[in-house]
Write a protein that binds this ligand. Structure first.
Ligand code: F3S
Length: 386
């Protein structure tokens, strides 16, 4: 009975975001954000526990974002935080969630097909599934994605409405893109310029169809912009058939450099601060881990504490391939189940180097840490002992 009442509450949540004429659309999967104890605190934990005790169950395949703990490395964090993160995961599991604990569920845990209608939170995953895989999801909030997991439908708005994916502004970039960080910076600048408008990106000088670079571009775009999709010429399914918008914005190299400076410290490390290199925002794919492993081949060790974040599924596959031992020997610690907003960083006097614009944005903004943007290649060059 309580489950039914709670379902009624979630119907109301969806109705509150639904347009009068829009109606609803059925979805076949949901992905939930807002599950890290560091973000939702005791109030969020109690809410999810109450929900699971009410008897409510998810109607569609549902995966969950990372928390703030790697459960195999519990000793790294305050025990109280570990226990509370476990209770959050347990509540979601008892409602039927797959305990994927990753922001890249599209890789293994919740694969999607072209034109599939889904209700996902986590902006980086939303941008990737729409722009690279051709699925359809709005940038759902934590509560609306939860409502969709319970009800099996979402409001027929945004990308689910007629013409809801139509590109509105054409972006051209004048300059070179040499690494994953520069793709990320381009996405971030595009998001700042586009606001809520849907962009169409035409790239001339780029590094080809390497999806890991576009993954960075899209995650950064999702950090500064509001649109759920970026049409990328020759990459997004159907990009050759949509009409390019007339309104055009040209992005220059100077804009990228400006944002890089704004998200980077200009003071060196001071006494009492600890430097880390953080990679894996969004979580590294197996290919990215392999590429990282390959680029460490020519050095003896990285002389900076390096943390790489990935999903449990990718971690297991890397383990089977024997990659983890080599990376560990080169000074790389691999974390799974956790966001880069890891429990150990809270309250640390950390000075973070990262190749992810999204990571720099949140580590500065939410945890108040110092950040410096550097590509993986630059870090290996500066900190690799030969
Ligand atoms: Fe993933 Fe956390 Fe980055 S959810 S995209 S690692 S901020």
């Amino acid at each position: 009975m309580t489950g039914k009442i709670t379902e009624g509450v979630f119907s109301k949540i969806l109705r509150s975001v639904q347009s009068r004429r829009g109606g609803y659309v059925r979805v076949s999967s949901a992905h939930l954000s807002g599950i890290s104890y560091l973000n939702i605190g005791d109030a969020g934990l109690e809410f999810l526990e109450d929900l699971s005790k009410s008897g409510i169950r998810f109607r569609v395949k549902t995966t969950i974002n990372p928390g703030c703990v790697d459960f195999d490395l519990k000793g790294e964090c305050d025990l109280e935080i570990v226990k509370k993160q476990e209770r959050i995961v347990q509540s979601l599991k008892s409602m039927g969630a797959i305990t994927s604990l990753t922001c890249t569920p599209y890789l293994f845990d919740n694969p999607v097909k072209k034109n599939q209608k889904i209700a996902w939170a986590e902006s980086s995953a939303v941008l990737y599934t729409n722009s690279i895989l051709g699925a359809s999801t709005n940038k759902e909030g934590s509560l609306t994605a939860l409502a969709s997991a319970i009800l099996g439908y979402t409001a027929k708005l945004g990308v689910h409405a007629r013409n809801g994916k139509k590109p509105e502004v054409l972006f051209e970039y004048q300059g070179e893109l040499n690494n994953e960080l520069e793709y990320g910076l381009l996405g971030y600048v595009m998001g700042l310029e586009a606001g809520a408008k849907i962009p169409y990106l035409s790239l001339k000088n780029n590094l080809g169809k390497n999806l890991s670079y576009f993954k960075q571009l899209l995650a950064s775009f999702g950090t500064s912009g509001a649109a759920p999709i970026v049409w990328i010429e020759n990459i997004t399914p159907g990009s050759s058939r949509v009409k390019k918008p007339r309104k055009k914005i040209v992005v220059t190299r100077a804009k990228l450099d400006e944002q890089r400076k704004l998200l980077s410290e200009n003071t060196p490390l001071i006494q009492g601060e600890k430097a880390f290199f953080i990679i894996g925002c969004p979580h590294l794919s197996l290919e990215e881990l392999e590429k990282m492993n390959e680029s460490l081949k020519d050095i003896k060790k990285l002389l900076i504490e390096t943390w790489a974040f990935t999903s449990y599924r990718v971690y297991s596959k890397a383990f089977e391939k024997g990659m983890l031992k080599n990376m560990h020997e080169k000074g790389v610690r691999i974390f799974k189940d956790s966001c880069i907003m890891h429990c150990k960083l809270k309250g640390e006097r950390a000075y973070i180097l990262t190749n992810s614009v999204k990571a720099a944005y949140y580590l500065r903004g939410s945890l108040g840490l110092k950040t410096v943007l550097k590509s993986l290649g630059e870090v290996i060059e500066e900190y690799g002992s030969r």
